[in-house]
Design a protein around this ligand. Structure first.
Ligand code: COI
Length: 354
């Protein structure tokens, strides 16, 4: 992308890249040398800056800390076979960020500010984009309220920032999950479709309980009956039953995942039937019992495609049959990876070179 916006860049005098062990990357622990920041004051976005990554001062009274007026995105940059660095579907992230902003009474971010901040930051820290298979530079754009006021009303001022970190696989083995039959991630009419901080904080306790029971994650079900599948942990959930790709239809309580969208597009490209509709827990358990559930997996930016190997329900664990490389989830993972690294044709124009 060409530079169409002047961003003040204060370069870090030293790089921490030497601290990175590419064979042993822990998700979200070591951040690249720089971060992007821009403030929203007096109804306008101010001068954007790229500064060395580090702590910053905020008012202890800001309503992000007290009332959760904070939103974020997750996206990735990949090293390409052609020697460049490319972002995956960045404008889709911007659209979703702005949908989250509207739900949380926050200002929209203009496309140029987002794209220029993103590309200039990733270009400056390009050495941080890892090279090994299944690695990427994870990008975390986020926005939070900055007014120093405890009043329960939307803040007048905000900060939008981008930080980045090299990442490898989010899950290193197939997941044991269980349907959540008591707690709720989000109710119809709530803010589940938005990527606001509170959705994730409130999910930690039920997830911790599931982990204490030996599961890696849970599958959220609907708030009123616990009868229909919503999401799996921080991912969307997809099932393959009788060679049909089945996933819960989007709603106000389900995040519109960009990996979800991409995987469904690949299935359609390959002529497979795709069903976006209500999916009941009973349908999944019955498909497990009759052997028609071929695959279950989570899809998300951080997790990419995370296979599910067992599903718990009403105290019983149902095991899924192992899959090989001909399985849809494996083929979709490989196809996405090839598009992202420039090894396969990007027919949907998902990639944006920085
Ligand atoms: C992502 O997949 O990028 C997410 O935002 C989920 C999680 C790491 C919070």
């Amino acid at each position: 992308m060409t530079e169409t916006l002047t961003i003040n860049i204060h370069r870090s005098p030293v790089s921490r890249l030497g601290e990175l062990d590419p064979a042993n990357i822990e998700f979200g622990k070591l951040f690249s040398d720089h971060m992007f920041a821009v403030d929203f004051v007096n109804g306008e976005w101010q001068e954007p800056q790229i500064v060395p990554y580090g702590d910053m001062a905020v008012s202890p009274a800001n309503s992000a800390l007290h009332y959760g007026q904070a939103i974020f995105e997750g996206m990735k940059a990949y090293r390409t076979a052609q020697g460049g660095v490319a972002l995956f579907r960045p404008l889709d992230n911007l659209l979703r960020l702005n949908a989250s902003a509207e739900r949380m009474c926050m200002p929209a971010l203009p496309e140029e500010l987002f794209m220029q901040g993103l590309t200039q930051l990733v270009r400056l820290d390009a050495a941080w984009v890892p090279e090994a298979a299944d690695t990427a530079l994870y990008i975390r754009p986020f926005m939070f309220a900055t007014d120093g006021l405890l009043g329960v009303r939307p803040s007048d001022t905000y900060r939008f920032m981008i930080i980045t970190c090299p990442v490898g696989a989010f899950y290193n083995k197939p997941l044991r999950v269980r349907f959540e039959e008591k707690y709720v991630r989000s109710a119809e009419g709530g803010a589940g479709y938005a990527k606001n901080a509170g959705n994730y904080g409130a999910a930690m306790y039920p997830t911790k309980l599931a982990q204490q029971q030996g599961y890696n994650q849970l599958i959220w079900t609907d708030a009123s009956e616990h009868r229909y599948v919503e999401e799996s942990g921080t991912m969307n959930a997809i099932f393959v039953i009788n060679n049909r790709i089945i996933t819960p239809a989007l709603s106000s309580s389900i995040l519109d995942g960009i990996t979800r969208r991409s995987v469904l597009q690949l299935a359609r490209d390959w002529g497979m039937p795709v069903e976006e509709r209500k999916v009941s827990t009973h349908e999944i358990i019955e498909a497990l019992q009759t052997g028609t559930l071929q695959e279950a997996f989570g899809v998300g930016t951080a997790a990419t495609i995370a296979p599910i190997t067992a599903i718990g329900y009403e105290g019983h664990d149902y095991e899924l049959a192992a899959v090989d490389n001909s399985a849809f989830s494996r083929r979709a993972a490989a196809a996405l990876q090839a598009i992202r690294t420039g090894e396969a044709e990007d027919s949907h124009r998902w990639m944006v070179e920085v």
